[in-house]
Design a binder for this molecule. Structure first.
Ligand code: UGA
Length: 437
């Protein structure tokens, strides 16, 4: 089918490339000229495994190209995916939906034949219904300009896989014609046995934020347990393994550590709390404020532990930080716990040297006063303390012998609970983690 993708950031670029790869013809709409030029040459400006190869392959095959014209978008096809960002507003917890509004307002006047606009962005519940009214009012096609909401559940680092093999497809619709079109469009994915839930707008919008709120809750739950483990001498990894064997609980997303970050979980739970307030159901969602607080406290606890490990005063100390991205296999540093901790340590007088296999450049933009090293070992030169804050696999390969004669003091803190503390301790290192013996 001929489809368009409006907004070619993380979500849109992946959707455009992955749908072209499934055999559709795709026109991407991107207003940023630098991004558009890069995409047109088959290059992505983010690090996401397999995405660059897939985009390049499909650009070369002529299955995907990019434009900045809504007139061209409307003329190209009749299925338009809106993939623009909905970041947190600067002055409030609410999501900023202005990019969604301008995409719909920009496209609508050109829709002069039946078309389906499909929102994929994460939006506050109620947005789709409002956008459907805007579309019908401004599209020459009137009530033949349909809207569906089809949230995206991809994880950074697995974006290509998740887009082509999602756990489920959820579509919120008001008109049966939209379901028929989406079933045809997603046929290659549905043939794999992927379940499809067809529901109303509000449910589809809520499924997305509910899923992220639940994931955030799991993480903060285990992080709160980590604090109790520390107070009692218990071990949070054994605890997570043990409760995780219960299929009703499950082991995934029970990794205690320095907490969740990124462009989605933190802002989505805040936007959800804000929206619940507008809807008069704030009390029902109060627990999400605690989830956010527990998450923030984890970061603060790392700063306290690091301070204690260097003897109580950070001034004049050298601290090596392994990891800057909010998670491995990504160069995304949005709301990164690793960089938050690094920034605080620096503010309190430590010289902080960061190394991330992919995110040094993006980290430097946001945190120019930190130092950056070209390798994990180099970051540790003369360090009084090594902090492992993003669990890239290469950090697990480093052993105490690799840092012999490199660090000033043999002290390591594992903020992700994946290092073998016994190995470090038996080599004479002071080694700590969160919620571990
Ligand atoms: C998240 C959701 O997992 C996706 O399903 C969703 O589509 C996406 O947000 C979105 O809304 O677009 P993502 O932000 O890529 O995906 O990252 P996650 O894998 O969820 O990790 C989020 C954070 O939680 C990371 O900082 C990670 O280190 C942390 N985390 C994750 C933990 O601290 N412990 C865990 O057990 C799991």
């Amino acid at each position: 089918m001929r489809i368009t993708v409006i907004g070619c950031g993380y979500l849109g670029a992946t959707h455009a490339a992955a749908m072209a790869d499934l055999g559709h013809e795709v026109l991407g709409m991107e207003i940023d000229p630098v991004k558009r030029e890069a995409l047109s040459q088959g290059r992505v400006m983010i690090y996401e495994p397999h995405l660059a190869e897939m985009l390049e392959r499909n650009v070369e095959a002529g299955r995907v190209r990019f434009t900045d014209s809504y007139a061209e978008v409307a003329a190209f096809g009749d299925l338009h995916f809106v993939c623009v960002g909905t970041p947190q507003q600067a002055e409030s917890l609410a999501a900023d939906v202005s990019q969604v509004e301008s995409a719909i307002a920009g496209l609508a006047p050109y829709l002069d034949r039946p078309a389906l606009v499909v929102g994929k962005s994460t939006v506050p519940v109620g947005t789709a219904e409002r956008m459907a009214r805007v579309l019908a009012a401004h599209a020459p096609a009137g009530s033949d300009a349909l809207l569906a909401w089809n949230p995206e559940f991809l994880r950074e680092g697995f974006a290509v896989h998740d887009t082509q093999h999602p756990d489920r497809i959820v579509v919120g619709i008001q008109d049966g014609r939209a379901e028929k079109l989406l079933r045809d469009f997603y046929a290659p994915v549905l043939e794999d046995g992927t379940p499809m839930v067809v529901t109303d707008y509000a449910t589809a919008e809520l499924v997305k934020v509910a899923a992220n709120a639940f994931l955030a809750t799991k993480i903060s739950f285990i992080n709160a347990m980590a604090e109790v483990c520390e107070a009692t001498g218990a071990d949070v990894v054994d605890l997570a393994d043990s409760i995780g064997y219960d299929a009703r609980i499950g082991r995934r997303f029970l990794n205690a550590g320095i907490g969740f970050g990124g462009g989605c979980l933190p802002k989505d739970i805040r936007a959800f709390v804000h929206r619940a307030g507008e809807l008069g159901v704030e009390d029902a969602m109060t627990f999400l404020r605690h989830i956010d607080d527990v998450n923030q406290r984890q970061r603060e606890r790392v700063v306290h532990i690091a301070t204690a490990m260097v003897g109580g005063d950070l001034r004049g100390t050298r601290i090596a930080v392994w990891g800057a991205a909010f998670k491995p296999d990504s160069d995304d540093v949005r709301d990164s716990p690793a960089l938050w901790v690094s920034g605080q340590l620096h503010l309190r007088g430590a010289e902080v040297r960061v190394y991330d296999p992919r995110a040094n450049a993006s980290a430097r933009q946001g945190f120019p006063t930190l130092s950056y090293a070209d390798s994990a070992v180099e970051a540790c030169r003369d360090a009084d303390l090594v902090l492992h804050l993003t669990e890239w696999p290469e950090f697990r390969e480093i052993g105490p012998a690799d840092l012999d004669g490199v660090v000033a003091r043999p002290r390591i803190f594992d903020g992700r609970n994946v290092l073998d503390l016994d190995t470090w301790r038996s080599a004479g290192w002071a080694a700590r983690a969160l919620g571990r013996r």
